[in-house]
Every structure is written in structure tokens, then in C-alpha cells.
Design a protein around this ligand. Structure first.
Ligand code: WTA
Length: 635
């Protein structure tokens, strides 16, 4: 494998310039020299953002698992591919070599086939962070089935919505999962979800917690038994470059979650290239990303990116606070982790605890620290730098999205400078731009605007499953001819980017994207609720937390408000998941509306953030009187 790692700022600059001046030649070279292809492409790139349509490496044929597994077997067969660290620190770590991973993926792929799954079928994966999660993802890719991983913290309703949206024929789950001291009945959640799903034919169940669960005759099968009967080699399916690799759902500001579709070749090339560069991974390093594979960070930077580079990647089943708040550091010491990648919410939560939690742990193996998921505040950045990196590890503040597939803006360690709260400079191949509210591109520096990307990059999502119109509307209509990210950003005097946050109705809570509309819909399902509006407000650990304004029906007057609050949060937990619960619920006599009946979230947001003296002109509202009442009763 030739080395596509950039070393030094001068190399970054020339590489970046080439990627902008001659993007096709740039990606042609990277793709040619660093991957295994069954057939080379006819064209590097074909694109039209007005349709929008983007195709990379058309005409090429490949299988991503040959790149993530098979090609390493000769030189790295005995190297650890996956280092599995269980929830319970007294349970043994598993070292899964590339040879073992190969056998497990091949067997699993044969199990999928023998259960009727073929190329193009959708398979839903609802598993905890155990090796089977990575193995099942790769097994799907081996046979060309499209995986749709659903984070195992989502409720049964959220799960069934996602299964039905993409007509999954199979669900892969486990008898349960561990989370700190608790166990969660995942199979029970699947059973409940499947009451609403008619297309699912088979449920494969991995044993993890050995609980006594119901197996539905003819539908449910124990994974371990199936694997035992499967052969250890499965020929990789040849995939076209633009064949879908996976669907991953992300919240929009309105309506259903969006099933972002990622395709094979471009996604592989870009995640591999950025993994190598952003983390400056060296052959014998141990890399650990604490995300869940249920999110894009886990797909791109636990599974595909690291494995395509023949890396050792850690999969951690537990939580940062079990059995105590030193767990992350115990794992860093135990496995001599070299690159550590986590989210600002985890950093803030750990920074709140005593530094005693770090006491005695040797963190000297660390070389690079990463953060992702939301803007990192200055205090958390410095805590991370001083206490974890001991001021010798560059912090890569990586900005990207489910839709972008891979990291687009980030420092490269020892190449580009770091600057607290800044994602800094675009990676090669990324052409960011800022636009003002009139749709005019802002030229020059020291500016703030809506962040857009002007040119395609290989790992961009190609569509929303079953709804290309929505894809166009959401990403390509606000600023015609460019991809709109939904984020605001500023560009400083050095051209460094700082992401300022979402400019739409998506709120990021503990690094999870939550659309306001689905949560409001869930609240409105409560029989005593008339209407509701959700806004975000600053929170020490979560970054943002949710504040709900709820207008009740008259019948509710006799009820205890705290009971109603509990019921509303239960409603949200049932319909979406615990991650979407509200921190504060204020009951109101009405919600401020424009004359056309639109709820003025801007005013509600300011009140929730304590900026009550700064509400602007409210005289044009349909019902300005409700604002006084809301201000007086703010929580
Ligand atoms: C936010 C996660 C500031 C941003 C990979 C984006 C960030 C959304 C950063 C995507 C960062 C992600 N600094 N904000 N380094 N990284 N975001 O789809 O608002 O879960 O649009 O993908 O998270 O979240 P998603």
C-alpha cells in the first residue's frame, strides 16, 4: 500500500491545491494506488448539483470487504483488527485478528445468504457495541446487502419506523445488552417493533447476556447456531462503484428521519484517506473511537476507515462512568491507545468529575486526540489538552456529518495548526464556502455565514432512501448549485473555520442530532396536550438540552403538573428514545405565533436561554400577550 499520508504544512498546502485545481486527477491517483479493484473506473467523477446527481468512479467494480479484510491477510493476518473491551472490566478483552475477522465475516455472510438475503436487500442491525455489530456490517457488505444500523438506544417505535422506511427483510439483534450495571432487553424491543413491520422475515439473535427470551418459531434464529452450520468462505459479491453500501438514518428538522444513502467506492476511498491523515495512523498503533457504530462516526471511523488501513480498532461496549469515571483512562493505559477520538459531551462530563479519576493512569501512549459531534467549548478543549494530552497531543476538532460520510474540516496533526474551538482548515478535496442570507457567497476572511460545500467529495450521501426530492430540497435548494450543511460557521483572519452551530431546527444534545418536529409530534400524542414547541438551551454537559413549551387541553387542569411532565417524557422515550427527553417543561396558555400561524421559536429560544430583555419586536405577533405570561413563568 503506498503512503497517502500528508506530512508537514507545506505538503498539506500543495496537496490541497492539487485537490482543488485538478480534483479528478487527485482522486484518481489516490484511488488507483491504495485500493484493490476488480475493475477500474471509466470516469472519476460525473456530477450535477442541480439535479442533484453525483457519481464517483463509475464503471469500477470492487468489494469493500476485500479492501478492509482480504488484502491484509497476507501481511497482517495475525495482527489484531478489533480489540473488544467489554462493559465489565473483569471480563476478558478479545483480540480479533484479521484472520479471525475474515473467518467470522465470511461465515456470517453465508448465514445471511442461507437466510435468503441477496444483493440489494436491506438488513436492519440493532445490536450493542459487541464484535458481532462490526462483523454483521461487514457481512452485509460482503454479499452486497445494504445495512441499516439503528442505534440500540432507540425505542421500538423509532426502530419500526426505520425498518419500514427501507423495507428491511431481516433484523440482526441480541438477547440483550449491558450498559454499566444495567441490562437492556433488546430482543423485547425488537419484538414490539416487529408488530408494526410486515416485511421482516428473519430475526438473527446473538447471545450476549444469556437472558431468557422468547424466540418466535419460524422467524427468530440463534446466530451462534447458524454460524456453526455455515462454511468459512464466502465469495465477495462484485459491486458497482455506485451501488449502495448502507443506509443510515439522521434526524431532519421536520418529518421522518432521513435515510441517508452511502455508496461503495467513493465512501471507501474517502473514509480510508481521511482516517489515515486525520489520525496520522502508523502501522502498529492502537486507535480508539468511543462512538457507537449506530452513528456515522462508528461506521466511518471504527469500522470502514480503520480496517481499510489495516489498523487495530477498539470496540468498547461500556460507558465512560462504569465502574467509575476513570474507565476511559484505564482502557487507554491497558491497550496503550495511540489515537483517542471522542465527543465534547463526554469530555465535559469527565471534566466535571474530580481529577482523581485520572490519578495513576499512564496516558503517555497517546499521540492524537480527536473530537466530533458538536462545537467544543474552549474550557473543554483546554481540559482535554492539558489533562489528557498533557499538552503534547494535537487535538483534531473534526467537523462533518452523517451526510458527508467522512471528515471534511479538521486539523491534520503536525501539519496544520490547532486552535481551540476551531475545526480549522478543509481537508484535501473539500471546498467550503460561506453564504449570507441573500444567497451571496462571502469572499474574504473574518466573516460569518451559512456553511456550504461547493464541489462534490467522494463520500457524500447520494440521496435519501426513497425520497430524492427531499434530498434536493434539504441540501441543494437554499443555496442553488452548492451543498448546504445546515450549519453556520465563521472564517477567521487565517482562513480557519469555526463551526458556530445549526442554523435550522436541529438541536444537538450530547452529540445526538434531534429534530424539533418529531419530538413535538411525540408530545402532541399525549391526549391532554393541545400543542407544543421545543427549543434548545445551553447545558454544561450536554452542550444543549431541550426545553419544551406545552399548552394543555382544559381537561388537564385537574392533573398534577409534575405527573404530566413525567408522562410527557415517557411518551417521548416510548416514541423516540431516552436521548430525546426534555430537561424542562413549561406549561403555557398559548404559544407565540406569526399572523400566518407559525410558532415563533426564536422568541421561545431566547426566553429559554434567559435572554428575556432582548426579544425584539413582538408587536406583529398574532398573540403578543402570551409572551408576557411565558416570560413570567419561565423555569
Ligand atoms: C455538528 C456527526 C462543531 C454539526 C459526525 C453537524 C460539529 C452535525 C462538529 C452532524 C464539530 C459535528 N464542531 N459541530 N467538530 N462535528 N458537528 O450527522 O452541527 O451526527 O452538522 O454527524 O454535528 O451530526 P451527525
Amino acid at each position: 500500500m503506498s503512503d497517502y499520508q500528508i506530512k508537514g504544512f507545506a505538503a498539506y498546502k500543495s496537496t490541497y491545491q492539487k485537490s482543488v485545481k485538478e480534483p479528478e486527477a487527485f482522486w484518481d491517483e489516490i484511488a488507483s494506488e491504495n485500493f484493490v479493484w476488480q475493475k477500474k473506473w471509466d470516469t472519476v467523477l460525473d456530477w450535477d448539483f442541480s439535479k442533484p446527481e453525483v457519481k464517483w468512479f463509475e464503471g469500477a467494480q470492487l468489494n469493500i470487504t476485500e479492501n478492509c479484510i482480504d488484502r491484509h491477510l497476507e501481511t497482517r493476518g495475525d495482527k489484531t483488527a478489533i480489540l473488544f473491551e467489554p462493559n465489565d472490566p473483569s471480563e476478558a478483552t478479545q483480540h480479533i485478528t484479521y484472520n479471525e475477522l475474515s473467518e467470522r465475516v465470511n461465515r456470517f455472510a453465508n448465514v445471511l445468504k442461507s437466510n435468503g438475503i441477496t444483493k440489494g436487500d436491506r438488513v436492519c442491525i440493532y445490536l450493542p457495541m459487541i464484535p458481532e455489530l462490526a462483523v454483521s456490517v461487514l457481512a452485509c457488505a460482503r454479499i452486497g446487502a445494504i445495512h441499516s444500523v439503528v442505534f440500540a438506544g432507540f425505542s421500538s417505535t423509532a426502530l419500526s419506523t426505520r425498518i419500514n422506511d427501507s423495507d428491511c427483510k431481516m433484523v440482526i439483534t441480541s438477547d440483550g445488552s449491558y450498559r454499566g450495571e444495567k441490562t437492556i432487553d433488546l430482543k423485547g424491543i425488537v419484538d414490539e417493533a416487529l408488530q408494526e413491520c410486515s416485511v421482516v422475515e428473519t430475526v438473527l439473535v446473538a447471545k450476549r447476556i444469556n437472558s431468557d427470551i422468547q424466540m418466535k418459531e419460524g422467524r427468530d434464529k440463534w446466530l451462534q447456531l447458524e454460524l456453526g452450520a455455515a462454511s468459512a468462505f464466502c465469495k465477495p459479491e462484485m459491486m458497482d462503484a455506485e451501488d449502495p453500501l448502507f443506509i443510515l438514518y439522521t434526524s431532519g428538522s421536520t418529518g421522518m428521519p432521513k435515510g441517508m444513502v452511502h455508496t461503495t467506492a467513493g465512501y471507501m476511498v474517502y473514509t480510508a484517506y481521511t482516517f489515515s491523515n486525520v489520525f496520522q495512523y502508523q502501522e502498529n498503533d492502537v486507535y480508539w473511537c468511543t462512538a457507537d457504530i449506530g452513528w456515522i462516526t462508528g461506521h466511518s471511523y471504527i469500522v470502514y476507515g480503520p480496517l481499510a488501513n489495516g489498523a487495530t480498532t477498539v470496540i468498547f461496549e461500556g460507558t465512560p462512568s462504569y465502574p467509575d469515571c476513570g474507565r476511559f483512562w484505564a482502557i487507554v493505559e491497558k491497550h496503550k491507545v495511540n489515537q483517542f477520538y471522542t465527543a465534547p459531551t463526554a469530555i465535559r462530563a469527565l471534566a466535571k468529575e474530580s481529577l482523581d479519576n485520572l490519578e495513576g493512569y499512564d496516558l503517555s501512549s497517546l499521540k492524537v486526540l480527536g473530537t466530533v459531534g458538536e462545537p467544543i467549548n474552549e474550557e473543554a478543549w483546554h481540559w482535554y489538552d492539558e489533562n489528557i494530552g498533557k499538552k503534547k497531543c494535537p487535538i483534531v476538532d473534526t467537523w462533518w456529518q452523517t451526510e458527508t460520510g467522512g471528515i471534511l474540516i479538521s486539523p491534520i496533526p503536525n501539519c496544520t495548526e490547532t486552535k481551540p474551538t476551531y475545526a480549522t482548515l478543509p481537508l484535501p478535496g473539500t471546498q467550503p464556502a460561506l453564504f449570507d442570507e441573500n444567497g451571496v457567497e462571502l469572499e474574504g476572511n473574518n466573516l460569518e455565514g451559512s456553511l456550504c460545500i461547493k464541489y462534490p467529495w467522494p463520500s457524500m450521501a447520494r440521496t435519501i432512501w426513497g425520497n430524492h426530492n427531499r434530498y434536493r430540497e434539504t441540501y441543494f435548494s437554499a443555496f442553488p448549485g452548492t451543498y448546504f450543511t445546515g450549519d453556520g460557521a465563521l472564517r477567521d483572519g487565517d482562513g480557519f473555520y469555526r463551526i458556530t452551530g445549526r442554523v435550522d431546527d436541529v438541536i444537538i444534545v450530547s452529540g445526538h442530532n434531534l429534530g424539533t418536529a418529531p419530538i413535538e409530534d411525540a408530545i402532541n400524542e399525549h391526549p391532554l396536550v393541545a400543542e407544543s414547541a421545543i427549543v434548545g438551551f445551553p447545558h454544561d454537559i450536554k452542550g444543549s438540552a431541550l426545553y419544551g413549551y406545552v399548552t394543555l387541553k382544559e381537561k388537564a387542569l385537574s392533573r398534577n403538573p409534575d405527573d404530566l411532565r413525567l408522562e410527557i417524557n415517557q411518551m417521548i422515550a416510548d416514541l423516540i428514545g431516552l436521548i430525546a427527553k426534555l430537561d424542562k417543561i413549561q406549561f403555557t396558555n398559548g404559544l407565540p405565533k406569526t399572523r400566518s400561524g407559525k410558532i415563533m421559536r426564536r422568541i421561545l429560544r431566547k426566553i429559554a436561554c434567559g435572554e428575556v430583555d432582548n426579544l425584539g419586536d413582538i408587536s406583529t405577533l398574532l398573540n403578543p400577550e402570551v409572551v408576557e405570561d411565558i416570560k413570567e413563568n419561565v423555569i
